[in-house]
Design a protein around this ligand. Sequence first.
Ligand code: ATP
Ligand code: MG
Length: 313
Amino acid sequence: MIDASQVTPSTPRRIDPPLKKGEKLPRLLAIANQKGGVGKTTTAVNMATALAAVGKKVMLLDLDPQGNASTGLGVKRSEIRKSAYDLLFEDGLNPAELSVPTKVPGLYVVPSSMHLAGAEIELVTAKRREYRLREALRRPLPFDYVIIDCPPSLSLVTLNALVAVDAIVVPLQCEFYALEGLSHLVKTIERVKQHFNPKLDIHGVLLTMYDPRNRLSGAVADDVREFFGEKVYTTVIPRNVKLSEAPSYGLPAIVYDMKCPGAQAYIRLAGEIIRREKKIMNMSSLTAPETAAEVQNNSKLIEHKIEPKEVSA
Ligand SMILES: Nc1ncnc2c1ncn2[C@@H]1O[C@H](COP(=O)(O)OP(=O)(O)OP(=O)(O)O)[C@@H](O)[C@H]1O
Ligand SMILES: [Mg+2]
């Protein structure tokens, strides 16, 4: 397997086609950490659901051959026609046309397929191999957010996600080895910025599976906050069995049991993400005014739908 931190460009930097007047790109976020089982898929599914619940149109792209995000959203393997694999390799496919609706209004998924397991090898010799996903996704789409659930590796498939997106959400499990491998991820992000995607940013670091009764959880959270400072979201996802039960019903935890502490935490996270987005949009001189207004509008929307204390900064 190719390690993304060692990849140097095989093709000249891609220039994105200009947008026509009135066209806008969705915000593209990747949920990434090469460490396995840290809560990437749980975060992708529930964050996407929480954003859809406040009126955003969201597409979740399942880039992991394990397909946990697809099954966790109730997509049956037998129903999959075209998948994230096709998006990577077939030029000109429109992701909106591949996406299938879920039980959550406003949330669509481009499912994974087993073929993704072989994508790594096929990508090595593919044309514009680092930009395949960027070319497929960086176009006007009928979505406010595209959220990519990455596989647990820093492979060429993950590299495609990092090259395509605006920012990365990094889930970190509150356990002893949480910080292990993190410098490798940070190095890879720096390299992707340098060679392929200069505007790539870490959107935030999310502490997951936090157990307040376990002193180690607190110690890890302190370490991570010291290392990443303000990049760490205030919202912490608690260890909560409902979050692990929900996928077996093909439902996001927010739909399975909206009141459980895990679902509530993901709802708070969506509020925090929208507030951070607002800040980013306001700082960016390139932002179209209507985009900033829209985000602001939706922050109000979330404040109406969620208890005020949960969304206060
Ligand atoms: N906050 C939580 N509390 C309890 N269980 C959790 C929590 N978050 C995730 N889990 C469970 O932990 C396991 C790993 O989570 P998940 O699949 O989201 O991680 P991942 O990073 O996507 O894994 P992989 O690297 O294999 O793709 C799953 O069984 C999931 O249901
Ligand atoms: Mg996963």
